[in-house]
Design a protein around this ligand. Structure first.
Ligand code: SAH
Ligand code: DHB
Ligand code: MG
Length: 360
């Protein structure tokens, strides 16, 4: 296996960005104080103006660094987290504040250059707001594309629609797979003629319904869920869909259910859909291999997580586990595996797919 080792560069880069962005934060505060003084009493507006532009440039640089930093490492720091959270809108507000202070200064002292600074700040603010608007529109576009693709591909089914409604009514987290992703799972299961499917992480059973839809009449899905509230909603969804005979929900921690499945020799399964607690995904992979046969397909959800997985030094156990999973999938000789990024109504994420190519 070729391990990714950019770790030292990343660590120093993270420190550097942390220091730069903290300095930016202090600079911005100093500038605001200075501008306030300049606008309301002390006549040092040119110093204030110069400071303003200096700070604005540093701030913009810090902003790009912090965004890049946040996307690349997904780890907060003092200033990066503030701008990372507020993004272009926050920067837009910042410039509006500066423009307002300068406009007051221009009006009170009848100074043209203060007015010019105010206009420049206002323009900068507009630019930030336009960026924010464009990002918002791109997110809407992605949702719209998913809606269109769902309309084209994700065959409408009353029971599935009712299940989604029931999940929302029961206030389950809205983290069900998307309809087109459901169709994708169904296509995968059908393409290998799956008869026995094991799902880890049921929630309200929306993905389970898609998987069950790929089965022949005597096929079977076992789905594992440890939250009793989720399990109850899922059971009623299976009932309503008339699929209770094909779907069996096992309540309890997945690792325990998996051990019980092995003890009872209920394998092998043709398809595994693993979509539960990310920290345990590597262990679920180990179990899936035990419960698979040559030709089984193992699918993992949420393997990209908004890009967080490229943080080589993440302290987030889920990120570390997901990286471990990728590295194992890529180097395990018993599977032919790959991962695909996805974008759409579920944000930026991905699936990992592993075809078992050896006898387990
Ligand atoms: N596959 C579902 C979404 C699953 S969300 C769908 O797309 O419709 C993840 C689910 O896994 C949650 O319901 C959560 O309660 C469950 N879960 C998390 N950790 C678990 C564990 N250790 N054992 C069993 N279930 C778990
Ligand atoms: C989350 C969990 C999921 O299974 C998913 O597909 C998306 C998000 C979550 O816990 O945030
Ligand atoms: Mg998921």
């Amino acid at each position: 296996m070729r391990r990714v080792r950019r770790s030292d560069v990343d660590r120093w880069m993270a420190r550097f960005v942390g220091i730069v962005s903290s300095l930016c934060g202090l600079g911005a505060i100093a500038i605001l104080v200075r501008l306030g003084i300049a606008a309301f009493s002390v006549p040092h507006r040119l110093t204030a103006g110069a400071l303003l532009f200096g700070a604005a440039i540093v701030l913009i640089a810090g902003f790009f660094l912090s965004v890049d930093y946040r996307l690349t490492f997904n780890r907060p720091n003092l200033y990066g987290s503030i701008l990372g959270l507020t993004g272009w809108r926050g920067l837009g507000v910042f410039f509006v504040a500066i423009a307002a202070v300068l406009a007051v200064q221009a009006a009170r002292r009848r100074e043209l250059d203060a007015l010019a600074y105010a206009l420049v700040s206002a323009a900068a603010s507009c630019w930030c707001w336009m960026r924010a608007f464009r990002i918002g529109r791109r997110q809407n576009d992605r949702r719209a594309v998913d809606a269109y693709l769902d309309a084209c591909y994700a065959d409408f089914d009353d029971a599935r629609a009712a299940a989604l409604q029931a999940n929302r009514a029961a206030q389950l987290p809205a983290i069900d797979i998307s309809p087109s992703q459901g169709k994708f799972l169904q296509l995968l299961a059908r393409s290998i003629g799956a008869q026995r499917i094991l799902e880890i992480g049921t929630l309200g059973g929306y993905s389970t319904l898609w998987l069950a839809g790929s089965l022949p009449p005597d096929g079977r899905v076992i789905t594992l869920e440890f939250n009793p509230r989720h399990a109850a909603v899922a059971r009623s969804n299976f009932e309503r869909a008339g699929l209770s005979d094909r779907i069996e929900l096992r309540e309890g921690p997945a690792l325990e259910s998996l051990a019980a499945i092995e003890r009872a020799q209920e394998g092998p399964f043709d398809v595994f859909f693993i979509d539960a607690d990310w920290v345990n995904h590597p262990q679920y992979f180990t179990w899936a291999l035990k419960l698979a046969r040559r030709g089984s397909l193992i699918v993992f959800d949420n393997v990209v997580r908004d890009g967080a997985i490229v943080d080589t030094h993440s302290r987030d156990a889920a990120v570390r586990a997901t990286r471990e999973l990728h590295e194992r999938l890529g180097s395990e000789p018993r599977v032919l595996a790959t991962a695909l990024q996805t974008v759409g109504e579920k944000g930026h994420d991905g699936f990992a797919l592993a075809l078992v190519v050896a006898d387990s």
